[in-house]
Design a protein around this ligand. Structure first.
Ligand SMILES: Cc1cc2nc3c(=O)[nH]c(=O)nc-3n(C[C@H](O)[C@H](O)[C@H](O)COP(=O)(O)OP(=O)(O)OC[C@H]3O[C@@H](n4cnc5c(N)ncnc54)[C@H](O)[C@@H]3O)c2cc1C
Length: 361
C-alpha cells in the first residue's frame, strides 16, 4: 500500500511513523523543512488539561478582545467560514464523546512519548509539573477542579507568585524531537507545496503529481483549503540563554518559559495572523525579560496553531481523504495519538471520533 501524507509537522510526522510501522510506503510532502511550523512550540505536554483549547466558552471573545486592545494579540487574517462556525459553536458544551476522545488522545500520547524516551531519551523528555502564574490562583484552581479530565492540581508558589501546579505535565525539546523523527522515518520526502488534493493524488506547485492508494492531509491550518474551519493562530518560539528553575506560563502575559538542558525555550502570542510580518515577536521577548531577566536569543521559529472553532481536533475522512488537523495549542501533546488515529483511518480501520461534520457544510 502507498500513502501520500501532506504536511511534515508533528502530526504529519507521527502519521507517517505509524503508517511506516504497518509496512505502508509513505511519501511525505512538505513545503519547507520537516517540522517547520511545529518546532516553534514550547514543548509542554499537558496530558490532562484541555481547557486552554476551549476558545468557544462564552467568556473567551471578551478576554481575547482585551488582549487585542492591550496589544498582546492581533487579528490580521479573516475567514468568514471560520467566524460563522465559531459564532455557531460559541458557548456550546462538548459532548461526553468529545471529552472521551481527548482523554484517549492524552493517555495514548503519554504512553507513546514515555516509551520513546525509555528507548532513548535524546529529546530532553521530562515529566514534571507545569506552573501557571495567575492573578487569582484560587479561582484558577476551582476552574481546574471542574475540568472533566480531572487534572491533578494544587496551588503553590512559583517565581515569587501564586501558581497553579499541573502535576501530570511533561516537557520535551521540539527541535530534538523532530531530529529524532527524522532518524526514525525512512519515508520518501517530497519537498514542495501541495496545490491540489485529489482522492488518490497530490499535485505540487510546478506540476509534479504524486499518487497513492490513500492521501492524508496533515497540513495544519492549510486544511481550510478543503473547506474546513481551521484558523492560523500564530505564535513565536525562541531558543534562548535565559535561566529558569521551573517550567511555567505567565497567564496574564501569555508567555511560556521551558528550561531545558542546553537552552530555555520561550514562546508567546496567539495572533489570528497568517501574514509574514513577524513584528509582534519583539513583544514576547520584552515580556519574557520582565520575568527572567536579560538573555540572548539563539534562534526564532514561527508557528501557526491550527484551531477549529471549538478547539477540538478533527480526525476524519472527508470524502476519500483522511484529514487530521485542529489541535490548536495542544498539537505536541496529542501528536502521537492524532498520528495513530489518522494512520488507522488511512488503513480502513476505525479511530477516535473527532468528526469534521460537527461544523456542518
Ligand atoms: C508559539 C507556539 C507554542 C506552542 N506550544 C505548544 C506546547 O507547548 N504544547 C503543545 O502541545 N502544543 C503547542 N503548540 C501547538 C502546536 O505547535 C501545534 O498544535 C502543532 O504544531 C500542530 O501540528 P500540525 O502538524 O497539525 O500542524 P503544523 O505544525 O502547522 O504543521 C503543518 C506542516 O504542513 C506544512 N504544509 C502546510 N501546507 C502545506 C502545503 N500546501 N504543502 C506542503 N506542506 C504544507 C507546513 O509547512 C508545516 O510543516 C504551540 C504552537 C505555537 C505556535
Amino acid at each position: 500500500m502507498k500513502a501520500v501524507v501532506v504536511g511534515g509537522g508533528i502530526v504529519g510526522l507521527f502519521t507517517a511513523y505509524f503508517l511506516q510501522a504497518e509496512g505502508v510506503k509513505v511519501t511525505l510532502v512538505e513545503r519547507g523543512e520537516l517540522g517547520e511550523w511545529s518546532k516553534a512550540a514550547a514543548g509542554i505536554l499537558e496530558y490532562t488539561r484541555f481547557v486552554i483549547n476551549r476558545i468557544n466558552v462564552k467568556s473567551y471573545p471578551a478576554r481575547y478582545l482585551a488582549m487585542v486592545i492591550r496589544g498582546d494579540a492581533r487579528i490580521k487574517t479573516w475567514d468568514r467560514r471560520w467566524l460563522a462556525a465559531y459564532l455557531k459553536s460559541l458557548g456550546r458544551e462538548p459532548t461526553s464523546d468529545m471529552w472521551g476522545a481527548v482523554r484517549h488522545l492524552g493517555d495514548f500520547s503519554r504512553r507513546h512519548y514515555r516509551a520513546m524516551a525509555e528507548e532513548k531519551n535524546d529529546f530532553q523528555y521530562s515529566e514534571e509539573p507545569l506552573y501557571e502564574l495567575w492573578q487569582d490562583a484560587e479561582a484558577a484552581l476551582e476552574e481546574a477542579k471542574r475540568d472533566p479530565l480531572a487534572p491533578r492540581v494544587e496551588v503553590v508558589e512559583c517565581c515569587g507568585r501564586e501558581a497553579v501546579a499541573y502535576l501530570d505535565a511533561a516537557k520535551l525539546s521540539t527541535e530534538d524531537f523532530i531530529d529524532r523523527m527524522k532518524r526514525e522515518l525512512s519515508v520518501e520526502v517530497a519537498r514542495g507545496e501541495a496545490v491540489e488534493i485529489l482522492p488518490n493524488a497530490v499535485r505540487l506547485e510546478g506540476g509534479k503529481t504524486l499518487h497513492g492508494d490513500v492521501v492524508v492531509v496533515a497540513a495544519g491550518w492549510w486544511a481550510r483549503r478543503l473547506g474546513l474551519p481551521v484558523a492560523p493562530l500564530k505564535g513565536y518560539g525562541f531558543r534562548t540563554t535565559a535561566r529558569a528553575g521551573k517550567m511555567f506560563i505567565d497567564m496574564s502575559r501569555g508567555v511560556a518559559v521551558v528550561p531545558l538542558a542546553k537552552w530555555t525555550k520561550i514562546t508567546g502570542r496567539f495572533d489570528l495572523d497568517a501574514t509574514t510580518d513577524h513584528k509582534p515577536a519583539g513583544r514576547v521577548l520584552k515580556a519574557a525579560e520582565s520575568l527572567v531577566g536579560q538573555f540572548q536569543v539563539i534562534d526564532m521559529a514561527v508557528g501557526y496553531r491550527p484551531c477549529t472553532p471549538d478547539g477540538f481536533p478533527i480526525v476524519d475522512k472527508v470524502g476519500e481523504l483522511v484529514v487530521v488537523t485542529g489541535a490548536c495549542r495542544l498539537g505536541w501533546t496529542y501528536g502521537p495519538a492524532l498520528g495513530k488515529a489518522a494512520a488507522d483511518l488511512a488503513l480502513g480501520r476505525t479511530a477516535v471520533a473527532l468528526p469534521a461534520g460537527r461544523f456542518g457544510g
